[in-house]
Design a protein around this ligand. Sequence first.
Ligand code: F6P
Length: 328
Amino acid sequence: MNSTIKRIGVLTSGGDAPGMNAAVRAVVRSAAFFSIECIAVYQGYQGLISNNTKQLNARGVNNIINKGGTVLKSARCLEFRTPEGRKKAFETIQKNNIDGLIVIGGDGSFTGAMIFQSEFNIPVIGIPGTIDNDIYGTTHTIGYDTALNTVIEAIDKIRDTAISHNRLFFVEVMGRDAGHIALNTGIGAGAEEILIPEEDMGLDRLLDSLKRSEKSGKSSSIVVIAEGDKTGKNVFEIAEYIEKNLPYYEVRVSVLGHMQRGGSPSCFDRVLASRMGVHAVESIINGKSNVMVGIDDSKMILTPLSQAIKGKSKINKDLIRVSEILTV
Ligand code: F6P
């Protein structure tokens, strides 16, 4: 390939997600394949500001495809939001002769990448890595599938103890702005009700539904709640409200928290990350910039970063209908 790109930088930014390492490996190896040098930037944009960098060759990413977290480390960097911070970051780009940057992260990371690109005209390509699956321009983000499996495994275990004690469990899952994890794991784990940020179910409807299920003979139940659900109440407040109004249920709360972000990536996430890493490097070599790599119907696609940030990843409303039918 004939390209002006001789050296690229790669970083992971924002919340980590299982499969980020597989993406880093794919970027480094694809660069080696196309005879391009690759500079790893550690700790996201913070490392770009402080020149925390190291050149990696194909062997430098051995044995990381199966690892959770990110070997490059990650950070949410406030300094990069300032023009002074971004100026320092560009000095690192110049010092290391980096011709293009690949950013693995979520929408906050892409916003930073877009501003950086517009200020210094450095080509940037985004790879979506977040367990929340809340990015427009891809049906799946790296880490989402693994997180779904982690949550399902956890709720299955909660179900065992819920049945043994005839208890009603409220399980909080991640998803500050998006209900993908809650909706899919709720159906997959057979939850009674699912509360998400996109639709307001209302506490009274939840109450009626739980009353109905008790009357229909259910002695234990699981309700899955996304952390940013639309009632505006947190899982403890919701549990307290229900316990007060449905005294026959013994209520417990389980917040799954950051365990959802860890663990070895699923096969799906490893393959997705590998494909996205290869496509990102090929795209930057071919002169593309300011775009995010995504997957749609098993094909690799590119979406302008501006759209990926602004567009909303929509929940599948049919899943709500399915869940309602199955809680009969
Ligand atoms: O990775 C996305 C996400 O998991 C959100 O669902 C959650 O609100 C947030 O990250 C929490 O991340 P942190 O504790 O790193 O700020």
